[in-house]
Design a protein around this ligand. Sequence first.
Ligand SMILES: [Fe+2]
Length: 296
Amino acid sequence: MSVTALLIQTGSDYDCEIGRTATWEDRMSGITVTPLQPSIGAEVSGVDLSRPLDAATRENLAQALAEHLSLVFHDQALTPDQYLAAAEAFGPPMRQHYSQHHMPGYSNIGLVYHRNGQRPAERWHTDHTNRERPPAATILYGVEIPSKGGETSVASMRAAYNELPEGERRRLDSMRTLNSLDTDNHDTREEDREKFSGPYIHPMVRRHPLHGSKAVFFHAGKAVIEGMDPDASRDYMADLIQRMIHPEIVYTHRWRKGDVLVIDDRATMHRAHGDYDRSESRVLWRIIVEGDRPVL
Ligand SMILES: [Fe+2]
């Protein structure tokens, strides 16, 4: 049975421009997906990620991610192995290039904890663009959460692209970027630098392989626009981010212990908020899952 056939509209209508705006539930699997904002974010209930997910559930979750670009699951209790198994619904877990922050014994889980030299990634970016097949998704699991602050924000670069003037959309459509490891992380291990430095060429605008929509795609700290002076490239990307991202296309996740946040890296940028008391712990387990080679 197709995913569409299983959907039951329970709220308002469907808006072709911005996506599904109504809550829907899947009677077969018991999943309910409730949009959080018109252009980005949905809460998923009725799924226990510690248990094996059947094929229909995995397909529904992958489609919901493509539609809403970030999915929130509350009250999960996961071991590292259960977490890795659940992540497979969105793609195969892939090696992260900061091996100094891998969970001991789990090279496909990164520990985000802002200590031992780690700083919150407070600038808008998308993960691991310095790979031939960058991640389809970044998945974060809240293990220790500060009492205040420390949110994660996700911006729809699909909406951002659609809001640009037509002339600039055409200009971006023609651009490509060279993507390498960022140089401002001084604790990157030499072995990772050798393996993951690239550079890989990607389009500045990519088409979502499931959704079909276009989105602006770059990591300003890792990309140089092909044929452009590096300073001009950096300035243009900074200016673009400034103009493109505004509150209406952003979902800000306020963490609760046990939350899982799935971010679609093919059509978003995200950032961490470093505004919390550093005497408190903020520990997230991060998995990235492999996606397609970006194409326009
Ligand atoms: Fe990130």
